[in-house]
Design a protein around this ligand. Structure first.
Ligand code: FES
Ligand SMILES: [Fe+2]
Length: 429
C-alpha cells in the first residue's frame, strides 16, 4: 500500500514531475523504423509532451515539439527536407536539433539578418536499434542505448507490435514482477471461461526477486518442478525502469502521459535450421487493436489478457486501498527501488540500470531461458516440440490482430503454415 503522495510521485510523468524526470534519463522505444517506409512524419505524445517524429530525405530521424514556433501550426502536416523539417504553413524550417534555419519571407525582405534572432523548438535525440526508433528526453549527456545481445541474433524473424493502453504506465510494469498472474490470468481464467473445469494449471510454489545491474531478476517455480527449473535457476530480467525480457520477447511500457501508455513489444523467433541462412530485410511493425468490432476488450491472446488486467485497475491504480499479499513481494520491491531512484536523481546521481561506458555496451547478454536454442535455432522437428518455440511456430499468441502480410512473411521465413490454437490449452513459459 502506498500513500496518496507516493502514488502521485510514482505515476506522474509530465515535464517537471519527479518520476517524469527519472524516466527521461532512459532511452525508450517509441516507434518502428519500418513505419517510416510509408510515411515521413508521425505525431507522438511521450510523457505528456506532444512531439513529432520524422525522417528526413537523407534518412535521418528527428523528434521535435509538435508546434511550430512561428504561429503554432501543427508540424505533423510539415514537409521533410534533406536535413530537417519544414512547417507547411509559412515554410519555416527546423534542423534535427530544433533550431529554425530558414524563414523564407523574412529572409526575402531582410536577408540573413532575419535569422539573427535564434528561434528553437524542443528537440530530442533519436536512435535506431532492433528495427525500433528510440528516443531520449533527458539531460545530456545521454547514457548508452543498451545493445542487448538478442537484437543481433542471426537467422531470426522479428516483429514490433505497438498498442496504446488507456492507463498509467506503472500498473503495466508492476505486472512484470508478478509471476503468480501467469497461472490465473493466462491459464485458469481462460480455461474456466472456455467451460473447462480442470485440472487447473500447476500452482506457483515459490517466487523470488533480486537486484541486478540492469534492474531486477524475477524467479519462480511451479508445482512439479523445483529450483533446478530455468524459471528459477536463470529467471527473467526486469529491465529498468519499464522493460521486461523473455528471450523470445522484449516489452516496454512507455508513458504517453499519466493516463495512457505505449505498449511496445519486440518478438523474435529463429528460423528452423532447414531455412538457414535467413536475413530479414525489414522488421515489420504493426499496431494491435485492444477492442474487437463490437467494442469488447480482446482477451484471446496472452498480451491482451495482461492489457485488460492493467486497464481494469483504473486510469491510475489506487494504491492507497489495496491489500497486498505474499505474491506482491516483487511489486513492493519495484516500487521501493523506484522511490530510491527518485531520491538519487534529486541528489544529482544516476538512477539504476544506466550504461555510461560504450565499451561495456556491446551485445550484452541477459538471463535467458533456452538461450542456446533461441539464439542458434533447432531443426524443425525439435523446434515444433520446444515449449517456447513450438507454440510460436503455430500461432502468434502474444497479441491479437497480426496483419496478414506479417503472418505471410513469417510463414515464408519459417517454411510453415500457421494455424490457430487455443491459448488456454498450453502453459506460457
Ligand atoms: S506557423 Fe509554422 S511557419 Fe508559420
Ligand atoms: Fe501476463
Amino acid at each position: 500500500m502506498l500513500t496518496e503522495e507516493e502514488n502521485r510521485l510514482l505515476t506522474q510523468v509530465g515535464p517537471g514531475t519527479r518520476m517524469g524526470d527519472l524516466l527521461r534519463r532512459y532511452w525508450h522505444p517509441v516507434a518502428g523504423e519500418s513505419e517510416f517506409e510509408s510515411r515521413s512524419t508521425k505525431p507522438i505524445r511521450l510523457m505528456g509532451e506532444d512531439l513529432l517524429l520524422f525522417k528526413t530525405l537523407k534518412g535521418e530521424f528527428g523528434l521535435v515539439a509538435r508546434r511550430c514556433a512561428h504561429r503554432g501550426s501543427d508540424l505533423g502536416f510539415g514537409i521533410v527536407e534533406e536535413d530537417g523539417l519544414r512547417c507547411s504553413y509559412h515554410g519555416w524550417q527546423y534542423d534535427l536539433g530544433g533550431a529554425c534555419v530558414h524563414r523564407p519571407f523574412d529572409e526575402t525582405v531582410a536577408g540573413a539578418a532575419a535569422l539573427r534572432r535564434a528561434v528553437k523548438i524542443a528537440a530530442y535525440p533519436v536512435k535506431i536499434k532492433g528495427g525500433m526508433l528510440w528516443a531520449y528526453l533527458g539531460p545530456l549527456p545521454a547514457p548508452e542505448l543498451p545493445d542487448w545481445e538478442t537484437f543481433s541474433w542471426p537467422n531470426c524473424f522479428a516483429q514490433v507490435v505497438i498498442a496504446e493502453i488507456p492507463c498509467n504506465w506503472l500498473q503495466c510494469q508492476e505486472n512484470t514482477v508478478d509471476p503468480v498472474h501467469f497461472e490465473w490470468m493466462h491459464n485458469n481464467g481462460p480455461k474456466r471461461r472456455a467451460g473447462d473445469f480442470g485440472p487447473f494449471s500447476p500452482k506457483t510454489l515459490k517466487m523470488g526477486i533480486e537486484d541486478t545491474e540492469y534492474g531486477l531478476l524475477s524467479r519462480r517455480y511451479r508445482e512439479g518442478t523445483d529450483e533446478s527449473t530455468p524459471l528459477w535457476s536463470v529467471g527473467r530480467a526486469i529491465l529498468w525502469p519499464n522493460g521486461w525480457y523473455f528471450g523470445h520477447h522484449f516489452e516496454w511500457k512507455v508513458p504517453i502521459d499519466d493516463f495512457n501508455t505505449l505498449f511496445i513489444t519486440w518478438s523474435v523467433l529463429h528460423v528452423p535450421r532447414e531455412c538457414e541462412p535467413y536475413a530479414q530485410a525489414s522488421i515489420p511493425t504493426w499496431h494491435a487493436p485492444i477492442k474487437d468490432q463490437n467494442g469488447e476488450w480482446i482477451i484471446s491472446h496472452v498480451g491482451n489478457q495482461d492489457i485488460v488486467a492493467w486497464i481494469s485497475q483504473g486510469p491510475i491504480a489506487d494504491r492507497t486501498h489495496e491489500i497486498l499479499g505474499a505474491s506482491d513481494v516483487g511489486v513492493v520491491t519495484l516500487r521501493r527501488r523506484l522511490l530510491e531512484d527518485l531520491d538519487k536523481v534529486a541528489k544529482g546521481q544516476d538512477p539504476r540500470g544506466l550504461i555510461r561506458d560504450p565499451a561495456r555496451n556491446v551485445k550484452i547478454p541477459l538471463p535467458c531461458i533456452a538461450r542456446e536454442e533461441l539464439m542458434n535455432g533447432l531443426p524443425r522437428e525439435q523446434m515444433e516440440k520446444h515449449p517456447v518455440m513450438g507454440p510460436f511456430l503455430r500461432d502468434f499468441y502474444s497479441m491479437a490482430g497480426q496483419p496478414d502480410a506479417v503472418r505471410q512473411a513469417f510463414e515464408e521465413a519459417m517454411g510453415v503454415r500457421q494455424s490457430s490454437f487455443e491459448v488456454h490449452s498450453f502453459v506460457p513459459q
